[in-house]
Design a protein around this ligand. Structure first.
Ligand SMILES: NC(=O)c1ccc[n+]([C@@H]2O[C@H](COP(=O)([O-])OP(=O)(O)OC[C@H]3O[C@@H](n4cnc5c(N)ncnc54)[C@H](O)[C@@H]3O)[C@@H](O)[C@H]2O)c1
Length: 421
């Protein structure tokens, strides 16, 4: 079989490499020429794909990339991994999927397997992709096979990588499910078929809504503990000793990444079209979206205690990526915190070993080293992302005031005042 992956980002590139590792010939298609060139040179731009793993399959001739959609005619199976962002109004933007599918539709041929991987609302594959592909005159389940299989990539996760994470798959017809399952079984350790594309789409949204709602709950518990003058981290750690019926989630400065802040809104948007208001999703979204402002309030009151106004205060942000040990800035709460602080006239510096520069809200910042001098000069140091590589003892030794949104300074004995979430 000759296989294809459309969209070579965080999801598509690791998938393309796994398909190649399984012994298939793979062609990756992306509209971004820079990414295509890098793939063909064996240079990875995704942290989870090491250069040598990519270079190995490129050298063997198992993987190549192109911007030319005409290669679609050569392919037996095509996985679609393009972005699914939200519009400003929180409506789904599935235009990238539709663009990719229209390219496939123009060239669809008998026997092809098409698998959509991009996260989307329940019904997309059936209501949007199937009519477009059927315009070719070919019949689904007989001439071509269409399925949805949600990507479960967790960037930076060293235990669960693409191959070892079970893969859900649901086809338009039972034959579509069988064909797509047989294909993915050659690539993934475990494939879990479900009864429809809609069910597979909903599985992904349940998983991400589960995280969003639980993070929203624990963020609210942090707000409650603040009022009760309790350490929320101590409360969670103690609760987590219960061996059943409790799963620890931790508060933070807000949600980030391409999934958790976005995907649940795909579900609530779809439900609104069916006259149903998704209460948990909206409530959790509201609480999580307000965490950056809560962090800024903590900074203001901590500075207030040392008689320093926020205006002209020197603030160092430690960590900008949306989560530890990755360089992904998408939707990162650090961006919101920086914007809010900048708006109030604070002078901001940041450090992130994974993020060399930030361009946001008219600001252009470059990551600066954390030195004893820079830490001492700052009125306040705000830990947003708890990368493992940070030396928190060093930070505590030299900073004058710390706002720790991740409990990263836990167990460090210091005289420096530390304000936690
Ligand atoms: N990043 C994650 O951790 C993650 C995890 C699970 C699911 N997902 C979902 O997977 C999908 C892809 O996410 P991602 O993080 O890989 O996005 P990404 O932005 O990293 O990559 C998408 C790629 O698609 C390319 N592209 C856009 N339109 C195209 C088109 N018409 N034809 C060809 N290429 C096109 C872009 O140039 C980009 O390289 C999204 O639906 C996302 O919600 C992401």
């Amino acid at each position: 079989m000759k296989c294809g992956v459309i969209g070579l980002g965080y999801v598509g590139l690791p998938l393309a490499v796994e398909i190649a590792n399984a012994g298939f010939e793979v062609i990756g298609i992306d509209v971004d020429k820079d990414k295509v060139d890098k793939v063909n040179r064996g240079r990875s731009y995704i942290e989870d794909v090491p250069h040598n793993a990519l270079a190995r399959v490129v050298k063997k001739g198992r993987l190549r990339a192109t911007t030319d959609f005409d290669v679609l005619t050569e392919l037996d199976a095509i996985s679609i991994c393009v972005p699914t962002p939200l519009r400003k109004t929180k409506d789904p933007d599935i235009s990238f999927i539709l663009d990719a599918v229209s390219e496939i539709s123009k060239r669809l041929r008998k026997g092809q397997i098409i698998v959509l991987e991009s996260t989307t609302y329940p019904g997309t594959t059936d209501e949007m992709l199937l009519p477009e592909l059927s315009q070719s005159g070919l019949r689904v389940g007989k001439d071509f096979y269409l399925a949805f299989s949600p990507e479960r990539v967790d960037p930076g996760n060293k235990v669960y990588r693409t191959k070892g994470t079970p893969k859900i798959i649901g086809g338009i017809t039972p034959q579509c499910t069988r064909k797509a399952t047989a294909y993915y079984k050659k690539i993934f350790d475990k494939v879990v078929p479900v009864s429809s594309t809609k069910c597979a789409e909903m599985v992904k949204l349940l998983e991400n809504t589960f995280r969003s709602v639980n993070i929203g709950l624990v963020n609210e518990v942090a707000l409650m503990c603040d009022r009760l003058d309790l350490d929320v981290w101590e409360v969670i750690d103690a609760a987590a000793t219960k061996p059943f019926g409790f799963m620890a989630f931790y508060p933070g400065p807000g949600l980030g990444g391409h999934c958790i802040p976005i995907d649940p809104h795909y579900l609530s948007w779809k439900l609104k079209t069916l006259n149903y208001y998704a209460k948990f999703i909206e409530l959790a979204g509201d609480i999580n979206a307000n965490m950056p402002a809560y962090v800024v309030n903590k900074i203001i009151s901590a500075l207030n205690r040392v008689e320093k106004p926020l205006k002209n205060a020197r603030i160092i942000i430690v960590g900008a990526a949306y989560k530890k040990n990755v360089g992904d800035l998408r939707e990162s709460p650090a961006l919101d915190v920086i914007e809010l602080l900048h708006r109030e006239g604070a002078h901001i510096e940041y450090n992130d070993p994974y993020v060399s520069e930030i361009r946001e809200a008219g600001l252009e910042l470059r990551s600066r080293p954390l030195t004893a001098k820079s830490l001492k000069m700052a009125d306040c140091v705000v830990i947003i992302t708890n990368h493992d590589s940070y030396d928190y003892e060093f930070i505590c030794r030299h900073a004058r005031l710390i706002i720790d949104t991740r409990n990263a300074t836990k167990n460090i004995r210091t005289r420096t005042p530390i304000v936690k979430l």
